[in-house]
Design a protein around this ligand. Structure first.
Ligand SMILES: C[S@@+](CC[C@H](N)C(=O)[O-])C[C@H]1O[C@@H](n2cnc3c(N)ncnc32)[C@H](O)[C@@H]1O
Length: 257
């Protein structure tokens, strides 16, 4: 009986090439996310980066409003649409599930990069903190918000959130376990520390322009919509475990809501 060995090495090479592509795609998506995250800090805090929330070509206020709202809507539709279970199932019908999270992260990063690039500033001032110490405290508050975001992602599994765990497991030929429900650290105090960190980062500023306030208001409203959608999925995934958690632990501010 002859065993056709000639396909063995070819199949092995093909499988290795396919797994290497998935790994490379995931690593690239993660790196683009991380650079985008760092740029977002500078964009909001108006530090270091060339284009910030209050810099760049200004047009008429009406035109700026339309463009800015369109940019934020594009991000919201992608960010929420692709996060739903229905999209994940559809994606898995066409591509390796290992690629789903990295594709989500990549497209979210690209829509943010478009927002940074095309954002129209509206520089009328809503508030300006004159006292230097208070102004510094506001800037520090914004950075504290970003740190809460980053720290909280590591509490529930940073690398899984941003797709790296999935592509590394796929490369190693391991099955990726579904994301586990965790309540470490801040998650014992509030259900959504990442979103709280974003809200603090967006609102804590010494100079609040109309354009910055538009961004903070729309993203805050979107966060509440996102929480509603996300918790609906979490109840579907984890049932009473999440229901009990939701009864015991505040959404964003302990003791309040
Ligand atoms: C960007 S994270 C935001 C998590 C949370 N809403 C927060 O603000 O900290 C969204 C992902 O985290 C997952 N997630 C939310 N709460 C979680 C928890 N306690 N443990 C594990 N995953 C969680 C959601 O299912 C979703 O896939």
């Amino acid at each position: 009986m002859s065993i056709t060995m000639h396909n063995g090495p070819v199949q092995t090479a093909r499988s290795l090439a396919a797994r290497s592509f998935v790994l490379g795609y995931g690593v690239l998506a993660y790196l683009i996310f991380f650079v985008t995250f760092l740029y977002a800090v500078g964009f909001i805090a108006q530090l270091v980066v060339p284009k910030t929330i209050d810099s760049g070509a200004t047009g008429s206020t009406g035109q700026a409003l339309m463009i800015d709202l369109a940019l934020m809507s594009l991000f919201a539709v992608q960010h929420s649409g692709m996060a739903r279970q229905g999209f994940k199932k559809l994606f898995a019908a066409f591509a390796s599930p290992a690629l789903e999270r990295s594709t989500y992260v990549l497209l979210a990063s690209l829509s943010l990069i478009l927002l940074f690039w095309q954002w129209r500033p509206i520089t009328a001032i809503v508030w300006e903190i004159e006292m230097p110490m208070a102004a510094y405290a506001a800037v520090a508050g914004s950075f504290a918000g970003w740190l809460i975001v980053l720290y909280s992602t590591f509490l529930i599994s940073h690398f899984e959130l941003f797709g790296l765990t999935q592509v590394v497991s796929h490369f190693a030929g391991r099955l990726t376990e579904p994301m586990k429900f965790r309540t470490p650290g801040l998650y014992r105090l509030i259900r959504h520390p990442i979103y709280l960190g974003f809200i603090i980062a967006f609102w804590s500023t010494p100079i609040m322009t109309f354009g910055h306030m538009l961004f903070a208001m729309v993203t805050t409203a979107y966060i509440f919509v996102g929480i509603w959608l996300e918790e609906r999925d979490l109840v579907t995934l984890f049932g009473d475990q999440y229901r009990h958690y939701r009864q015991k632990v505040a959404m964003l501010i302990p003791g309040l809501f």
